[in-house]
Design a protein around this ligand. Structure first.
Ligand SMILES: Cc1ncc(COP(=O)(O)O)c(C=O)c1O
Length: 402
């Protein structure tokens, strides 16, 4: 349902006026077509619901779209992050540096293996981890750096690589959290080739989905072998490769396997990756053009040498031009039928992390969080949907103009 004329101006829906949209536009939504349904149905009718041939086929498809040598599918992005920190050899006494502007899973994966997190604050415009602040967090214990490609834009991998290579305790590994950035490029290089390991999430909100799912991409044969073991109880052989009943458990691993149902869906989705990305980029460009005239919102800072996958669009409110705070704007926009969201509550502000790292202050992330809104962006949206969001933002920021 698109905007009605009366809803575009006048009384805010939160005050009883007519909303811009009659039904809620979600911030994210999966795109499932008949080919996806047929692919999953074929997997269901096959002999293999899990540990079957569709998983390596999906992994090969991931390699061919990203250029990575190896892809290891996991049951979720979180499991894939855990696999990556295990494969990196992180453990008690080690430290890993990451950003506070992420979903807690990124930092949690460091804690799962007994290592400690050090947070480096972010750039105020892109909200990507700031390499200079990463350098300030390096200690002789630093074993890994986990940048996050926030909103789909890759972090500064050359700067981070240089810091990791110069770590005083020996070369640290770069583990990219690319949950948002499948299909993005940075200085002409695709996500999946920018770090030692690159972690994808294949949750329905992401660029492509397997239901729940994730993957780790790497060019390193030894890391790939470890990643395969850790998702399969630490067993050194895959079920279909065995010639008799014997197998060896050589590491303490987990059951983090992706099913063949998920892999079938993922392969079918990857066939449409280029189209998904093209739509997201076209809609993002329209947002940037249309919002440029609204001085109550600050647009994302973009690296001209990056081509974002645009997992979501974010804006930061210029609160000194408004009489509401972010929470007020959020509720007013939701009342207008715009499914805005907030990514993210900075990780160190969650009670668990507050308890673990008391008094930690990361002022750039904290200020950004107070001003942040995620705007709807997914491959099922149209230009008219973007125009509704822009109209609702104009309506709300006009009504609350300071
Ligand atoms: C940046 C980031 N890292 C990790 C994850 C975890 O992925 P999953 O939900 O697939 O476990 C997410 C998903 O929300 C994410 O956005």
């Amino acid at each position: 349902m698109s905007a009605t004329r009366a809803g575009l101006t006048g009384r805010l829906a939160i005050d009883g006026g007519e909303p811009v949209r009659a039904s809620m536009l979600p911030y994210a939504h999966q795109q499932i077509d008949d080919a996806d349904v047929d692919a999953v149905a074929a997997a269901l009718r096959s002999d293999w619901l899990t540990t079957g041939p569709r998983v390596p086929a999906f992994e090969e498809a991931l390699c061919s779209v990203t250029g990575a040598r190896h892809a290891v599918a996991y049951s979720s992005g979180t499991a894939a992050l855990h696999g990556a920190t295990l494969a990196a050899g992180l453990g008690p006494g080690d430290e890993a540096i990451t950003t506070p502007m992420t979903f807690a899973a990124t930092a949690n994966a460091v804690l799962y293996v007994g290592a400690e997190v050090r947070f480096a604050d972010i750039d105020p415009g892109s909200l990507l981890i700031d390499p200079e602040l990463v350098a300030g967090q390096v200690t002789p214990r630093t074993k890994a750096i986990l940048p996050v490609d926030y909103s789909g834009q890759p972090a500064d991998y050359d700067a981070i690589r240089a810091i990791a290579d110069a770590a005083p305790g020996g070369r640290a590994l770069v583990i990219a959290d690319a949950a948002h950035s499948l299909g993005a490029t940075w200085h002409g290089r695709p996500v999946g080739t920018l770090a030692d390991m690159t972690v994808l999430s294949l949750h329905p909100a992401k660029i492509v989905t397997t239901g729940e799912g994730g993957a780790v991409l790497t060019d390193d044969d030894e890391l790939a072998a470890r990643l395969r073991r850790f998702r399969n109880h630490g067993i050194s052989s895959e079920l279909r490769a065995r010639t008799d009943w014997t197998y060896q458990m050589v590491d303490l691993g987990f059951n983090y396997r992706l099913t063949d149902l998920g892999a079938a869906l993922g392969s079918s989705q990857l066939d449409r990756l280029e189209g998904f990305l093209a739509t997201r980029r076209r809609l993002a460009r329209r947002y940037l053009d249309r919002l440029a005239g609204n001085d109550a919102v600050e647009l994302p800072a973009l690296d001209p040498d990056a081509d974002s996958a645009w997992h979501f669009m974010f804006v930061q409110l210029n609160l000194d031009r408004l009489t509401v705070d972010r929470g007020g704007a959020y509720h007013a926009l939701r009342a207008e039928g715009i499914g805005v969201n907030v990514h993210y509550i900075p990780v160190h502000e969650h009670p668990y992390y507050r308890g673990r790292y008391p008094g930690l202050s990361l002022p750039v992330a904290e200020r950004a969080y107070r001003r942040l809104l995620t705007l709807p962006l997914h491959a099922g949206m149209t230009e008219a949907d973007v125009d509704d969001v822009v109209a609702a933002l104009d309506k709300v920021t006009t009504a609350y103009r300071a």
